[in-house]
Every structure is written in C-alpha cells, then in structure tokens.
Design a protein around this ligand. Structure first.
Ligand code: FES
Length: 572
C-alpha cells in the first residue's frame, strides 16, 4: 500500500508509533486475538455505535438490533465492529440528561474519528441519544446511518390504553388532585412502560426519530416502527447493508443535512405537533454544519404548516398507531407541497423520488390527517418575543388551552426549583385562577441544567378546585409528552441575567400568541433598580465536565451546544 492511497478497514487511522508498517502489524496481531481471519480483516469496516446501558430502559432491545445490523453488514461484504458510547437514559440522569447530550455527542464524534471504520451505524432512541449521535456524526462527517430503537407498545389498565408518558402525567395530575388514590397509582406505575423502546407518544424521542428520517439520516419509513416489531429488525439489517454501500460514496452527513433538509425537518416538527425539545436539538445538529435555525423562520413556517398527526400529547393516539397508519411516509406525502423535494437521504434518493415511488400507498386519515382537513390549521410550535424574552421563548400551542392565548395576569414567581417544590402546594400560597406562574433559574447555565421542569404543577389547592391549565413561564424545558399552556426556553435565561430574573410576584405579564409577544409590564427605571439589586451570581463549578459545560454552553436559541463545537470540523 502506498502512502497516497486512503487505507480502508482496520488499516485506517493507524496508532502513531512512528512506524506505520509496525502499527498495522501490531493492530492486526491484537485484533486477531478476537478470532478474526486474515481474509475478513481485508473487508471495509462498519462501526456500530451502541448505547446500551442498564440505566436506559429505552435501549433494552439494543443487543438484538446490533445482531441484525451485523447480519446486514456481513451479507453486504463489510466487517461489522460494535463499539460503545455513553448512554443517556432520560429519567436516570441528575440533574438532567440535557447537560450530558454534548458529552455524548463528543464521545460519538471522537470515537468515530479515532477508530478505524469506513462508515458507521448509530443506534439510539431515548430523548438525548439521537440528537447526540446526529451531532457527533455531523461533526465527524463519515458516512453514517441513524437507526432508532423504536417506540414502546402501549400498556393496559382497566380497559384503557396507557403509554409513557403522557398518561403518566395525567394519572399523576389526577393523583395530586385527589381523583386517583394511592393504591391505584401504585398499580398504574407498572403499566405505563411495558415493553422495550422509547416513549409511546409523540414525545421528544419519537419527534427526533421522525426528524432523523426527514433530515435523511435514517432509512425511509423506519422512524415509527415499534421497538418490538419484526420490521424494526429488518430496518436494522437494511441499515447495516446500506452502511456498506455508503463506503467510498460522497453521501456524508454534510451532504444530507443541508439548509433545505433542516427546513423540511422544521415542517415535520410543526406538522407532528412535536416536542419543544426538538427545536433545541435540531438547532444543535444543524449548528454543527454551520446551518442557522432561526425562531423567526420557525414562526413563518408554523403559520403555513398544519398539524396533521393525531398522536398524544396533542391528539389521541400512540406511535404504534402512527406506524400502522402509514407512518412518516403518509405524513410526508401530505406535506409534499411544503417540502423541498431535492434533498437526499442516506440512500442517495431524493425526497421527491421517494414520494413518487410511494404515491398512492394506503394511509389512515384518522391518524395522519389529509392536508386539507388538518387537526390544526397552523403548526404545533410558536416562538414568542418581547421584553420578557428578547431572544425568544417557545409555546407548544397545539398542546395548550387556546382560551389562554391572549392573556394578561399577575405573576406568581418561584426563584428556583427548590423554591417551587417548597411552596407550590402550600395552602397559604397567594395564587388564584388567572395568575401566571413564573419559574426562574432553570435555564441552561443554572444549577439545575435546564431540566424538563417547565410543566410546573398546578398548585394543589387550584387543582383540587378543578383547574386543569394555567399559563406557566420559565427558562426550563418541558417533556415532549407533556401538555398545557406553558412558555418555555425563555432566552436569555434568568441565570445569565435575562429579564426573567427581574420578575417579581405581583408584576403584570401579557402574552399574545396572535402577536407572538410575551411582555413584562414593568417600567424600565424599576427594572434597572431591580437589576442593580440582583444578588451576585452563584459560584460556578471549578473542575471537570461541569466546568466545561458552564464555560461553553450556549443559550436555547443556540441549541445549548458548546460554542467551540459550532460549524464544520476541519477536514483531516
Ligand atoms: Fe426514553 Fe422517554 S424515557 S424516550
């Protein structure tokens, strides 16, 4: 082999001993300890980035998926080599999984780049894992295929279907309101999440699976396949085979993820009534390739994109129903007039070619509504701007109470999650119907790391009186499985000195969804006085990943990525 020929397979990216021939000889010696023959070591290598963990129930089926990917790689003439990355199980991480998304993305990027592979299949599923893998793949820019673990099937409770975790929240709300007793909530706890896979509704994981597909990074038609369905294993096998075909082709993440495919992804997010988290993740993925995602553009697209998918938390159904109804293919056919059709997927096929081939396929209009008979005429998310959120905030209007869209109310402020926990159920809390709950210091650089805490619980005394929704505002995020008139991602956050930090109980706040406004009705002189009296910032972490995170994390409108990871990585 000459120096000017790009090596393939295990000869790629040799360890530096100052003697390339020795480095290859040593590598071959060591890999042979795993029983490989000389012949199979001549094959191109497909890396399989896995994220199984005992702390990640959503990835329980990973071993079976890995076997199916390997089958596809071997049958297509490649050598599959599985490698682990960290895993992010949504409910197992403290203070919040978002804080570790960038760490996982760096793990994926660096291990894809540092280890000898010619292409990679990345298997993820739970909320932050697919964004992390897409971010890492975009930065490494090696041919890559995203495979998702797929959604859970629903469970049953006394004749009712249950799916994590919109129904978890509903039951918990009823328990808090005294409508469900302790004995029943203990039984239901075992009936929300009953199979392998990701949350069964259009939460963040499902939204990101759909976004991965419309971006072009997954095989067409695979986003919604349930985790336990045999089609999921066939998708894995096909992903492995495709990863072999991609070797030597110019189809890399930087060719697939483009301004047009990102805009298609925004359309799909809006038409799904998808998770608010997805706008943060999409911004971060696109940012790795220098593609800006603006909230003003989100609003323009939202005004012309109908909500078409009838899934919880916006609608009534579950991911297994979406798959049976035609899945992403059905949705993309309905959205076709709004999409850029010249984008390509990892198959090399354009979106237009895909949709032409699928023309006339069956779909269920009860789950994927016709373009001209939508669930909502406008998109699921809207960005609000104003004196309370100069760089924007997000409202999932498709999961909110429309009667609260044009509202002015008295602020009831909680200065932190701890303060919220201590006081929200206090019978003496000064709060009434029509008030606006405000949570401060729950943004990206706060001690809580932007948790999914924006779904502030309705104070017990109001819940027990029958109140189901009220306007709640914070710099936190919200689970994609949640619902309510909840304004999130207020930017800049309170901990970074945003106007949210200046709100005091008793202030008036005005929200107008029609005008895309969220304003704090306090005069400038008073705000200046309050700013001067703000307490000194809390001590920042001084070591380790916590310090790296604090020093470099961007605000929500920057996708909460690290500032030093933006833009395309320099080519080797
Ligand atoms: Fe993993 Fe919901 S907890 S997808």
């Amino acid at each position: 082999m000459t120096d000017d020929v790009q090596p393939i397979g295990i000869a790629r990216g040799l360890t530096n001993y100052g003697d390339r021939a020795f480095a290859l000889y040593l590598r071959r010696s060591f890999i042979k300890s795993m029983g490989y023959s000389s012949a199979i070591l001549e094959r191109p290598v497909v890396g399989i980035a896995t994220s199984a963990s005992g702390f990640n129930n959503c990835h329980r089926a990973m071993p079976e998926l890995v076997e199916a990917v390997k089958r596809g790689v071997l049958a297509a003439g490649g050598l599959p080599i599985e490698f682990p990355t960290i895993s992010l199980g949504e409910v197992f991480l403290s203070p919040t999984s978002l804080m570790f998304r960038n760490l996982m993305s760096m793990d994926v990027e660096e291990m894809v780049r540092a280890q000898p592979m010619d292409s990679v299949v990345m298997i993820g599923g739970c909320d932050k894992t697919v964004p992390a893998q897409l971010m890492g793949a975009a930065s490494a820019d090696l041919p890559a295929v995203q495979l998702v673990t797929g959604p859970m099937m629903t469970g049953r409770h006394e004749g009712e279907r249950l799916g994590a975790c919109t129904d978890c929240r509903r039951f918990w709300g009823n328990f808090r309101a005294g409508k469900v007793q302790r004995a029943e909530i203990d039984v239901v706890e075992g009936r929300h999440a009953t199979t392998a896979g990701t949350c069964a509704v259009m939460g963040t994981a499902s939204t990101m699976a759909c976004i991965a597909e419309v971006l072009g990074m997954s095989l067409p038609g695979t986003a919604a396949i349930p985790a336990v369905h045999a089609d999921r294993l066939r998708a894995a096998e096909a992903s492995g085979a495709l990863a072999v075909q991609l070797i030597g082709q110019p189809i890399k993440p930087s060719q697939v993820i483009t301004p047009k495919s990102v805009e298609n992804a925004m359309r799909v997010l809006l038409a799904l009534g998808g998770s608010t988290n997805a706008i943060i993740h999409l911004t971060a993925v696109a940012g790795r390739l220098g593609i800006p995602v603006s909230l003003q553009r989100l609003n323009e697209l939202s005004d012309t994109t109908p909500v078409l998918v009838n899934l919880k938390p916006t609608g009534d159904n579950y991911m297994e129903d979406f798959y049976a109804a035609g899945g992403m293919s059905a949705l993309l056919r309905e959205l076709k007039p709004l999409l850029h059709l010249d984008t390509i997927s990892v198959t090399g096929e354009t979106l237009g070619e895909r949709l032409a081939a699928e023309e006339g396929a069956w779909s269920d209009p009860k789950i994927v509504r016709p373009f001209n008979d939508p669930i909502e005429p406008v998109g699921g998310l809207v960005a609000l701007f104003g004196s309370l959120a100069p760089q924007g905030a997000i409202l999932k209007r498709s999961a909110a109470d429309k009667t609260l869209f044009e509202t002015e109310g008295r602020a009831v402020v909680f200065s932190s999650l701890e303060d919220l926990g201590n006081r929200v159920d206090d019978p003496l809390l000064d709060i009434q119907v029509g008030d606006i709950m405000v949570l401060q210091n729950a943004g990206p650089t706060s001690a809580s790391g932007m948790p999914e805490a924006g779904y502030l619980p309705i104070p017990k005394k109001l819940a027990q009186a029958g109140l189901k929704d009220m306007v709640r505002i914070s710099d936190a995020r919200m689970s994609g499985t949640a619902f309510g008139t909840i304004v999130l991602h207020v930017t800049p956050e309170a901990a970074a000195g945003g106007p949210l930090a200046l709100v005091q109980s008793g202030d008036r706040i005005r929200m107008s969804v029609q005008n895309r406004r969220i304003d704090l009705l306090v005069d400038d002189a008073e705000l200046a006085r309050r700013r001067a009296a703000l307490p000194a910032a809390a001590d920042k972490p001084t070591r380790g990943y916590a310090k790296l995170y604090q020093d470099h994390v961007l605000q929500a409108d920057g996708g909460c990525d690290f500032d030093f990871l933006l833009g395309p990585a320099p080519k080797e």
